[in-house]
Design a protein around this ligand. Structure first.
Ligand SMILES: N=c1c2ncn([C@@H]3O[C@H](COP(=O)(O)OP(=O)(O)OP(=O)(O)O)[C@@H](O)[C@H]3O)c2ncn1[C@@H]1O[C@H](COP(=O)(O)O)[C@@H](O)[C@H]1O
Ligand SMILES: [Mg+2]
Ligand SMILES: [Zn+2]
Length: 135
């Protein structure tokens, strides 16, 4: 898939061409939220192929940094993410995926969201408190 090459800053920021800006590893961060609750599920990375597969299949695909390969989320766990909406930010260096989460949640640790711990604001940042219950 060919992505758009913006002609100017305003074209990048306000035009209709999709021009994802990848970092030096060829990756772009993606934040995934739940269409039902609006809450955050996970933060991961996509390369060009993951974006392409996500658009073609309408199921979330990421790039696994540890495995260095395309990752169809839920392929082994069944926790597939069906794409409802896909957004890019102003300068197109960050993506927002809104999904219908299959199963009881997305996190391999056992929680419905990867963001199951809160950093205490009372403790100069040194303490974590678990705020979700396991699936
Ligand atoms: N299932 C998950 C998963 N779900 C959500 N996330 C979040 O997604 C982020 C992925 O970004 P990374 O680039 O850090 O992923 P990674 O380090 O390459 O993931 P691993 O290969 O180390 O498990 C993590 O930081 C987690 O917050 C997950 N990260 C990893 N996995 C692993 O993915 C594998 C396949 O799981 P399914 O796709 O659900 O079948 C399993 O082995 C899981 O351990
Ligand atoms: Mg990781
Ligand atoms: Zn997780």
């Amino acid at each position: 898939m060919e992505f758009y090459t913006p002609k100017s800053r305003s074209d990048l920021e306000e035009g209709s061409g999709f021009a994802p800006k990848f970092d030096d590893r060829g990756l772009i961060p993606v934040t995934t939220t739940c269409v039902k609750t609006g809450g955050i599920l996970m933060q991961a990375w996509m390369d060009a192929e993951a974006i392409k597969q996500t658009l073609i299949t309408k199921e979330a695909h990421y790039f696994s940094r540890s495995r260095q390969e395309l990752w169809h989320k839920g392929a082994t766990s069944g926790e597939i993410q069906k794409v409802i909406n896909f957004k890019t930010d102003c300068d197109q260096d960050s993506l927002w995926l809104i999904v219908e989460q299959m199963g009881e949640g997305c996190c391999h640790v056992g929680y419905p969201s990867c963001f199951y711990r809160e950093i205490s604001l009372e403790d100069e940042g040194g303490r974590l408190e678990t705020t979700l219950t396991k699936k």
